[in-house]
Design a protein around this ligand. Structure first.
Ligand code: G3P
Length: 217
């Protein structure tokens, strides 16, 4: 499973990229706004840190303007992935851009039917939002299961990019299903490293080692 981080915080991206665990980055207009930076500068900066796919979302809602925005964004770096909303115009833009060899991430997916449309439009990634579905009392992970089954049935190449992840078990469940990518907030990626028994065990090893008075170096 590939790990993307869902943030526009360049400091966090740099720190986590250094762990070797970051395969890509996803941003959205809300995260970009939070960064306080100029969007095009921000995307350029992130693309220079992470060589994998970096999702930059269009903010227009009509096809023509989406295509104009995509033309600007795709010029920034070769690893820019154009993110479009799951609307008729977004899918039309997806079809056109993917036909031109551009990576496209279709976002705001909340149903298997929508995911089927995105795959037919040639999306590189479909982003189903598990956390937001859980928030409204439905089973977000059931959507991941359904999409993975449908894509497998027809050997679609679109990768399932599990989004709106809120905690480590979302990542584990998505991996058990076989989803291709999890995009998660930096805090969740950090949590994946942690286990209290690891900390306890390491402390005991180091305490015992200290008693020997030895040093490897
Ligand atoms: O970037 C899309 C998605 O991951 C947003 O997550 O936590 O705002 O629902 P969240």
């Amino acid at each position: 499973m590939k790990f993307f981080i869902d943030t526009a915080d360049v400091k966090e991206i740099k720190e986590l990229a250094a762990t070797g665990m970051v395969d890509g980055v996803t941003t959205n207009p809300s995260l970009a706004a939070k960064s306080g930076k100029k969007f095009l500068d921000l995307v350029r900066e992130i693309c220079a840190v992470v060589p994998g796919p970096v999702s930059a979302e269009v903010t227009a809602t009509d096809f023509d303007t989406m295509m104009k925005e995509a033309a600007v964004l795709r010029k920034i770096a070769a690893n820019v992935t154009i993110k479009v909303p799951l609307t008729p115009d977004g899918l039309k833009a997806c079809k056109t851009l993917s036909g031109e060899g551009v990576m496209v991430n279709v976002t705001l997916c909340f149903s298997p039917a929508q995911a089927l449309l995105a795959a037919k439009a040639g999306a590189s990634f479909i982003s189903p939002f598990v956390g937001r579905l859980d928030d409204v009392g439905t089973d977000g992970m059931a959507l991941i299961r359904d999409i993975c089954t449908i894509y497998k049935n027809y050997a679609f190449k679109t990768e399932v990019l599990v989004a709106s992840i809120r905690h480590p078990m979302h990542v584990v469940e998505a991996a058990k299903i076989g989803a291709h990518v999890s995009t998660m907030p930096p805090s969740t990626l950090r949590q994946l490293f942690n286990h209290p028994l690891t900390d306890k065990g390491l402390k005991a090893f180091l305490d015992d080692w200290a008693k020997t008075g030895q040093s490897i170096l």
